[in-house]
Unconditional design. Structure first.
Length: 340
């Protein structure tokens, strides 16, 4: 049986009668009985969302074009008490999409949740990106999101399931960043696709939303251990790199740098952009029945990074209270932090 994670809180209504506050209800967030499909279930955000949905009680189909990534995601879910299945396939191949959605329906009889997470990270700036790489990045995100939404939507609508579809956006879909022109292009497209698809599916009671992460810090123990073996930082960067996405600038003498390569001030108002676990909690709530009227919108999970005015520099890290402690979902022990 799945080890179910639930969020509970009380609704409090204030009545003047007897000048007392009365608890009138208790809310329990649970996805028990629901079936979810997560595309791009690689070891960072995709795996985090898949694990969260499973911990909240859903059975989860894990999709990726990489069979090893799917197996790792399933193993992570199962060792934490959840139930999962493989849904290997290319999100840009319509027959493959139909095939793995049919396999989910054959195994579990329904589909309630789709998370469109598959995308290609990184890229180059507009002066250097290749036509082939640009087209592939846009194809995976745009066509993959469309095809999965189409066939998951049809599976839900034809069965009378008032489901939830969530697409991954990015801070790069709302704001400019050097070195990722294809990524920014397709993430911006996701934002309006969500609104359009929400209108198409509203008559069936199917909700379509997005969430926006901003460079979350990995918290998958297996991924962090692999970074340590490769000599990378816990954020996945190689020592001495400037951070950020995109390839280095070219070598022509007329080139100008596209981004600052020195120490960066902490720019997140709450001091952290969070982790895939933070995203997983938010997506699980967005897929729950308590979000029944939320559709065509974007949920930002980034510690205030996107809301910040460009000229505002937050206080130093030591002066920030920081967020509440993270509610963990993975019971696997974290690898030891390498000594510096």
């Amino acid at each position: 049986m799945a080890q179910v994670c639930r969020l509970r809180f009380s609704s409090i209504a204030l009545f003047r009668r007897n000048a007392a506050a009365h608890i009138i209800g208790s809310v329990e967030i649970s996805l028990e009985g629901k079936v979810a499909l997560v595309t791009g279930a690689g070891p960072n955000i995709g795996s985090g969302i898949a694990l969260a949905l499973a911990r909240y009680g859903a059975r989860v189909a894990c999709n990726d074009v990489d069979d090893a990534a799917v197996k790792a995601c399933i193993a992570r879910i199962e060792r934490n008490g959840g139930e999962a299945m493989a849904a290997v396939g290319d999100v840009t191949d319509e027959k493959a999409v139909q095939g793995y959605i049919d396999s989910v329906l054959a195994k579990w009889g329904r589909l309630d949740i789709l998370v469109n997470n598959a995308a290609l990270l990184g890229g180059r700036g507009v002066l250097d990106e290749t036509a082939e790489a640009f087209e592939r990045a846009v194809r995976v995100s745009a066509l993959g999101t469309f095809l999965n939404t189409k066939h998951a939507g049809r599976a839900m609508a034809s069965r009378g399931i008032k489901g939830s579809i969530v697409c991954v956006s990015s801070s790069n879909g709302w704001n400019g960043s050097a070195g990722v022109c294809a990524y920014a292009f397709h993430k911006g497209g996701i934002n309006n696709f969500v609104r359009a698809a929400a209108m198409d599916l509203a008559p069936y009671g199917i909700r379509v939303n997005s969430y926006t992460p901003t460079a979350p810090h990995p918290d998958n123990p297996e991924l962090l251990a692999e970074y340590a073996r490769q000599g990378r930082t816990p954020f996945g960067l190689r020592p001495g790199s400037s951070g950020g996405l995109g390839a280095p600038e070219g070598t022509e003498e007329w080139r100008r740098p596209a981004r600052f390569d020195g120490p960066r001030n902490p720019m997140v108002p709450m001091g952290t952009t969070g982790t895939p676990t933070d995203i997983g909690h938010a997506v699980a709530w967005l897929c729950s029945d308590y979000a029944r009227l939320i559709t065509g919108t974007d949920l930002v999970v980034d510690g205030g990074a996107r809301a910040k005015n460009f000229a505002y520099v937050p206080a130093a890290p030591d002066d920030l209270a920081g967020p509440l402690p993270l509610i963990p979902l993975d019971d696997t022990p974290m690898p030891p932090t390498p000594e510096t």
